[in-house]
Design a protein around this ligand. Structure first.
Ligand SMILES: [Zn+2]
Length: 1019
C-alpha cells in the first residue's frame, strides 16, 4: 500500500541522506531524470503502488516495544564548523524595511505589550501555587533564550545583536521550585505526585494492578449495557469504581495547563528570533512575529531540542517530529508571507543540497560566498545577489530581504519549476453529483444545485484580481455519467452521456470547463434543470471510481490541476471498476484481522489516487450514507490527494443541511495550493524518514500532494544519521512547490532552527505534548492498516512508560519509588495518550460503525496540532455560569462526569461534534432564555439549531458557539442532550477522563497503569 509503512518500522531508508550525496535529486525540476515521478501519460501502473519503495510493505506482526522509534543509525563522529546563528532582528523597523515587497505588509506590531517580564514571572508563580501537584515553571523551563524575554516583549527596538549560541548556553536548569518539601533537589521542573496509599498498600511497584480493564482485554471486558438507558443518578455516577482511588483534583489537569499557558503567554507578541524556543501552546492566542524562524502556525515540533546522538534518542524514545501546516491561515493582525521574485534567475539555492536561501546561510569572504547551514557546502554568491557585509558579518541588506531574515516567505518559481517547462493553467473545480433515486427523493440534489448558484460567486481569487481564474465544470452520474456543455454562447446546456464506465473518456473539451462569470446564465439554467431532469429516475445503483476517473481525465485534457467535489451517497455496486461489495464484518473486531476493515477492498482506488496526484487532481468527497458505504475504500482517493472527506450519516434535510452547506461554502473558499511537491531538508546529522498526511510518495523524499489547503498538516518524523552539534543545532527547511489559484507557480519556504543537547533534561524540557500526541495518533492510525490494534495499543503504552521512566531515571531528583514524576512539559501527556488509546479507531465500541472508524482515522491523518488537541481532548464549557456581558469564552472544565451537575448546562465540542448538555435541574430562567420554553421537560431535543430567542443568554451562547466553530475545518452539528435521556450515552463517550462505557480506562486508572509500568522498567 502506498506510503504506508509498518508501525514497527526498521530504519526505512538505507541510502545516504538526500542532498548530501554527490548527485542530489534535482528537486522541483520536472524534467530531471532523477525525479522519480511517473512519466506523463502513464495512467495505469501495474501492480500495487509504492511497493518498490524501500522500507515499505513491512511484514506486520508484533515487534519489540519501542523498536519503532529509532533504528540503528550510524553515529560516527563528525565535526561541523560552528554556525553563526542570526540574531534577533529589530522589533519595530522590520515592516517598513520590506516596503519593496508585495504584499504590502500590514503593521505586524500591535500595541506594545505593557506587561513586563517581571510581572509575568509573578503571575506565573501565582498560577503555580494553584498547581497542587506540581512544581511547574513554564517559561523558566525554556531556559535562558526562552520567553518571556525583554527583547521579544518590550518596547523600543534594540539594535540587532549577533547571538552566537554557545554550547550549553541554553541548557541551564530552571530554579528549583518543587513543592514536595525539604529534600527535593534542584531537578528540572517536574510534576511530582505522591499518591495516597491505598488501604493496606503503598502505591508503587506493588500497586495492585487496576488495569483489568486495560490492555489487551480492554474491549468487551466492560459492563454491557442493554439497549435501554438506565436512568437515575446512581447510574450517572459512571461505572462502579472498584475502590476509592486517587483524588482526580490531585492529578495533572489539562485545563490547568491550558489556562496557565494562557495566563502567562496569552495576548502577547511571540517573536521567533530564538532557536529552540518552545512556542506557546496551540490553545493560547497570541500574536506571532516572524524573526527568522517559521511561525508555530506553520511548524510545530514534538521537541525543540534534539538529542545530540541517536543513542540518546533511543534512550528517551521521544519521537523527533515536526507537524507542518504549510498553508496555515494567519490572522489579519499578523504579516502575510512576502513574495520574493528573482526574475528569470529564480531562487538562490545551495549547489549541493539545493536548500533555498534562508537565514541559516552564513555569508563569508566579504559577502562573495556563503556556507550552507544544511550541508556546509561553500557556495559562490551569484553576482546579481552580491552584497557587502557589515562589521558583524551580516549582509547590509539583511533586513530588506525576507529570505535572509524571515522564517517563512515565498518565491516566484521560474519555468524550470513547471511541468514541461510551461507556465501552468489556472486550476478548475468540477462538481459531480450523484443523481441516483434516493438523492433525488430526499431533496439532496435540489439542495446542492441551489447552493452551487450562490457559492460559485465565491470561488477563491487572488486579492488583486476582480474575478476568480478558476474554471468550473459539471457532471452528474448514477451508473452512467452525464457531462454538460455550459459554454457561454449556448441558450441551453447540453448533456452528453457516457455509458462505457469501464473506459471513461471525456466526450467534450470545449464548453466543459468554463469561466463562471461568463457562463453564469447557462450554468444557472443547468442547476435549475438537474433536479427535474432526473426526477423520474429509478436508478439506485451508482459507480464511483469512474466518476473520479472522468474528473481527472477532464483536468488532464484541459492541462490544468484542479479539485473534484463529489456528492455521493451509496455503496458503488454497479458493474464498473472500483465496484464494491458490503464487506462490513463486526466479527473481525478485536481479532488480528480487524485491520482489514481499514484497508480498501480493491487496489483500484490506490491506482486512481496515484494517477490523480500525478495530474494535480484533488478529490473532495461529501458522503451522505444511510448504511455501510465502505469509507475505507471510498475515502482513499480523497485522503491521498489532499482532499477532504465530509460525512453526514442518515442525512435529513431539516437537521443536517446547515452543517453540509457550511462545509461546502467553507471548502470552496479555502486557501489552497495545487499540484504541490514538498521537500523537507535538514542540516547534517539527521533527516526526515517518515511522513504522515494527505500525501503521496513515489520516492523517499518528495512528498507529492495533488493539493494542500489551509487545514492540512503533514507530520514528518526525523531520525539521526550522525551526531548533532550543540552549537550548530538542528535546522529544518520545508519547501513547497505549488500552483496558486490563479495559476502562478510558487515556492513556499518555511525554516525552523532547533537546539541540540547532550543532556536528556534539555530534551524533556523542550517537549510539546500536543505535537507529540499528533505524531503518536498519526503513526498509530497509519499502523492500523497493518497491525493488530492490540499490538499498537501495547506499543503506545510501553512507549509512554518508557519515555517517562527515562526521565525519572536520568533527569529527576532521587525520590521514593512510589512517586510518579512527570516532566513539566509532559504533565498532561498521560491523559492525552489515554484519550488516543480510547479513540474508536484504536478501540472499537459497539455503537460506532466501521465506516465511522475509517472516517475518523482518515481525518486524524491530516490534522494539525490544534485540531488533534481538540479532537482527543474536547472542550467542555459551563454555560449556566455565563457572564452575559463577557466577550470571552468561559473557562473550560475537565472532561469528566464529575464536573457536571444536575443544575448545570454544558457545551462540549471536539471539532466534529458539538453537544449542549442540560442537567435535569437546569435553572428555568436559562432554559427560558435559551429555548423559550418554561421547563426542562418542554425542551425539544430533536433539533440541531437553537431557536431565535433574542435573550441575552441565547445571544451569549450563540456567540460562544460561533467562537468555537471559527477556524475549524469541519462544521460541527449541534446535538441537544438532556440528562438521563438516551442520547446522553453518545455524549458520555466524550467525557474522556472517565472510564469508557465499553472499555478504556479512566485517566486515574491509566495513570496508575503507566506508573506501574514505569516502576517495572526502573527495577
Ligand atoms: Zn547545502
Amino acid at each position: 500500500m502506498m506510503s504506508q509503512q509498518g508501525y514497527v518500522a526498521t530504519p526505512p531508508y538505507s541510502q545516504s541522506q538526500p542532498g548530501i550525496g554527490l548527485s542530489p535529486p534535482h528537486y522541483g525540476h520536472y524534467g530531471d531524470p532523477s525525479h522519480a515521478a511517473s512519466p506523463p501519460g502513464m495512467m495505469k501502473p501495474a501492480g500495487p503502488l509504492g511497493a518498490a519503495t524501500p522500507g515499505m510493505m513491512l511484514p506486520p506482526g508484533p515487534a519489540p516495544p519501542g523498536s519503532h522509534q529509532f533504528g540503528q543509525n550510524g553515529a560516527q563522529a563528525s565535526s561541523h564548523p560552528s554556525q553563526r546563528f542570526p540574531g534577533p532582528s529589530p522589533v519595530n523597523n522590520v515592516a517598513s524595511s520590506y516596503a519593496p515587497y508585495q504584499p504590502s505588509p500590514q503593521s505586524s506590531y500591535p500595541s506594545p505589550v505593557s506587561t513586563s517580564s517581571v510581572t509575568q514571572l509573578g503571575n506565573q508563580l501565582g498560577a503555580m501555587q494553584i498547581n497542587s501537584y506540581g512544581s511547574s515553571m513554564a517559561p523558566s523551563s525554556q531556559g535562558p533564550p526562552g520567553p518571556p524575554s525583554a527583547a521579544a516583549f518590550q518596547g523600543p527596538p534594540r539594535p540587532p545583536q549577533p547571538s552566537i549560541l554557545q554550547p550549553g548556553s541554553q541548557v541551564l536548569p530552571p530554579p528549583p521550585t518543587t513543592l514536595n518539601g525539604p529534600g527535593a533537589s534542584s531537578a528540572p521542573p517536574t510534576a511530582q505526585y505522591q499518591p495516597p496509599p491505598l488501604p493496606g498498600q503503598t502505591l508503587g511497584p506493588g500497586f495492585p494492578p487496576q488495569q483489568a480493564n486495560y490492555g489487551p482485554q480492554m474491549a468487551g471486558a466492560q459492563l454491557s449495557y442493554p439497549g435501554g438507558f438506565p436512568g437515575g443518578p446512581a447510574q450517572m455516577a459512571g461505572p462502579p469504581q472498584p475502590q476509592k482511588k486517587l483524588d482526580p483534583d490531585s492529578i495533572p489537569s489539562p485545563i490547568q495547563v491550558i489556562e496557565n499557558d494562557r495566563a502567562i503567554r496569552g495576548g502577547q507578541v511571540y517573536a521567533t528570533n530564538t532557536r529552540g524556543q518552545v512556542p506557546p501552546l496551540v490553545t493560547t492566542d497570541c500574536v506571532i512575529q516572524d524573526q527568522g524562524n517559521a511561525s508555530p502556525r506553520y511548524i510545530r515540533c514534538t521537541t525543540y531540542c534534539f538529542p545530540c546522538t541517536s543513542d540518546m534518542a533511543k534512550q528517551a524514545q521521544i519521537p523527533l517530529a515536526a507537524v507542518i501546516k504549510p498553508f496555515a491561515t494567519v490572522p489579519p493582525n499578523e504579516t502575510p508571507l512576502y513574495l520574493v521574485n528573482h526574475g528569470e534567475t529564480g531562487p538562490v539555492r545551495c549547489n549541493r543540497c539545493k536548500a533555498y536561501m534562508c537565514p541559516f546561510m552564513q555569508f563569508i569572504e566579504g559577502g562573495r560566498r556563503y556556507q550552507c547551514g544544511f550541508c556546509n557546502c561553500v557556495n559562490d554568491v551569484p553576482p546579481f545577489y552580491f552584497q557587502h557585509l557589515d562589521h558583524i558579518g551580516r549582509r547590509l541588506d539583511h533586513y530588506e530581504k525576507p529570505e535572509l531574515s524571515l522564517g517563512s516567505y515565498e518565491y516566484v518559481a521560474t519555468l524550470d519549476y513547471c511541468r514541461k517547462n510551461k507556465p501552468p493553467n489556472p486550476p478548475a473545480f468540477i462538481f459531480m453529483i450523484d443523481v441516483s433515486y434516493s438523492n433525488i427523493k430526499n431533496g439532496l440534489v435540489k439542495l446542492i444545485c441551489e447552493e452551487l448558484k450562490t457559492v460559485l460567486e465565491k470561488l477563491p481569487k487572488e486579492e488583486h484580481e476582480e474575478t476568480s481564474a478558476i474554471r468550473v465544470g459539471f457532471i452528474t452520474y448514477n451508473k452512467v455519467l452525464h457531462f454538460f456543455n455550459v459554454k457561454s454562447n449556448l441558450a441551453q446546456p447540453q448533456m452528453m452521456v457516457v455509458t462505457d464506465v469501464g473506459e471513461v473518456f471525456v466526450p467534450l473539451l470545449d464548453g466543459f470547463l468554463v469561466n463562471y462569470q461568463e457562463s453564469q446564465a447557462v450554468i444557472h439554467n443547468l442547476l435549475d434543470q438537474i433536479p427535474e431532469m432526473f426526477a423520474d429516475s429509478n436508478e439506485n445503483e451508482t459507480v464511483f471510481a469512474p466518476v473520479i476517473q472522468a474528473g481527472m481525465e477532464a483536468l488532464k485534457a484541459a492541462d490544468c490541476p484542479g479539485k473534484l467535489f463529489i456528492f455521493h451517497s451509496s455503496l458503488p455496486t454497479a458493474e464498473a471498476p472500483g465496484k464494491l461489495k458490503n464487506r462490513d464484518d463486526k466479527k473481525l473486531v478485536n481479532t488480528d484481522k480487524e485491520k482489514i476493515l481499514f484497508q480498501p477492498q480493491t487496489n483500484v482506488y490506490d491506482s486512481l489516487a496515484k494517477d490523480c496526484v500525478a495530474h494535480g487532481c484533488s478529490v473532495t468527497l461529501f458522503l451522505f450514507p444511510s448504511q455501510y458505504v465502505d469509507v475505507a475504500s471510498l475515502g482513499l482517493v480523497p485522503q491521498l490527494t489532499g482532499g477532504t472527506l465530509y460525512k453526514y450519516n442518515n442525512f435529513q434535510m431539516h437537521l443536517d443541511s446547515q452543517q453540509f452547506l457550511n462545509d461546502l461554502r467553507n471548502d470552496i473558499e479555502k486557501k489552497i495550493g495545487f499540484d504541490a511537491i514538498m521537500r523537507v531538508r535538514t542540516s547534517t546529522g539527521f533527516r526526515a524518514t517518515d511522513f504522515f498526511g494527505g500525501i503521496f510518495m513515489n520516492n523517499t523524499t518528495d512528498v507529492e500532494m495533488a493539493a494542500i489547503d489551509c487545514d492540512k498538516a503533514v507530520t514528518v518524523e526525523f531520525k539521526h544519521d550522525d551526531k548533532l552539534g550543540e552549537d550548530s543545532g538542528a535546522l529544518i527547511q520545508c519547501a513547497v512547490l505549488y500552483t496558486t489559484i490563479s495559476g502562478q507557480r510558487r515556492l513556499r519556504i518555511h525554516n525552523l532552527g532547533l537546539n541540540c543537547s547532550s543532556q536528556l533534561a534539555d530534551l524533556y524540557k523542550s517537549c510539546e505534548t500536543d505535537a507529540l500526541i499528533n505524531f503518536f495518533a498519526k503513526s498509530a492510525f497509519k499502523a492500523v492498516l497493518h497491525q493488530p490494534l492490540k499490538v499498537i495499543r501495547e506499543i503506545l503504552v510501553n512507549q509512554t512508560a518508557h519515555m517517562l521512566a527515562c526521565y525519572r531515571k536520568n533527569c529527576a531528583s532521587p525520590s521514593a519509588a512510589s512517586q510518579l514524576i512527570l516532566p513539566d512539559s509532559m504533565k498532561v501527556f498521560p491523559v492525552y495518550m489515554n484519550c488516543l488509546l480510547k479513540n474508536c479507531v484504536l478501540l472499537s465500541r459497539p455503537e460506532i460503525s466501521t465506516d465511522e472508524r475509517a472516517y475518523q482515522r482518515q481525518l486524524v491523518m491530516t490534522m494539525g496540532v490544534a485540531d488533534s488537541q481538540l479532537f482527543f481532548y474536547p472542550q467542555l464549557l459551563p454555560i449556566h455560569t455565563l457572564d452575559v456581558k463577557s466577550t470571552e469564552l468561559p473557562a473550560a472544565v475537565r472532561c469528566s462526569e464529575s464536573r457536571l451537575s444536575e443544575e448545570g448546562i454544558f457545551l462540549l465540542a471536539n471539532g466534529l461534534n458539538m453537544f449542549l448538555w442540560l442537567g435535569v435541574s437546569s435553572p428555568p430562567e436559562l432554559i427560558q432564555g435559551i429555548f423559550n420554553v418554561p421547563s426542562f421537560a418542554h425542551i425539544n431535543a430533536d433539533t440541531t439549531l437553537l431557536p431565535e430567542v433574542g435573550s441575552p443568554y441565547s445571544q451569549q451562547l450563540k456567540m460562544i458557539m460561533n467562537i468555537i466553530q471559527q477556524k475549524k475545518p469541519y462544521s460541527m452539528k449541534l446535538m441537544i442532550v438532556k440528562q438521563r435521556e438516551q442520547p446522553e450515552m453518545v455524549f458520555r463517550q466524550f467525557l474522556v477522563e472517565d472510564k469508557g462505557l465499553y472499555g478504556g480506562p479512566s485517566y486515574v486508572d491509566f495513570l496508575c497503569c503507566v506508573h506501574k509500568e514505569i516502576c517495572q522498567l526502573l527495577n
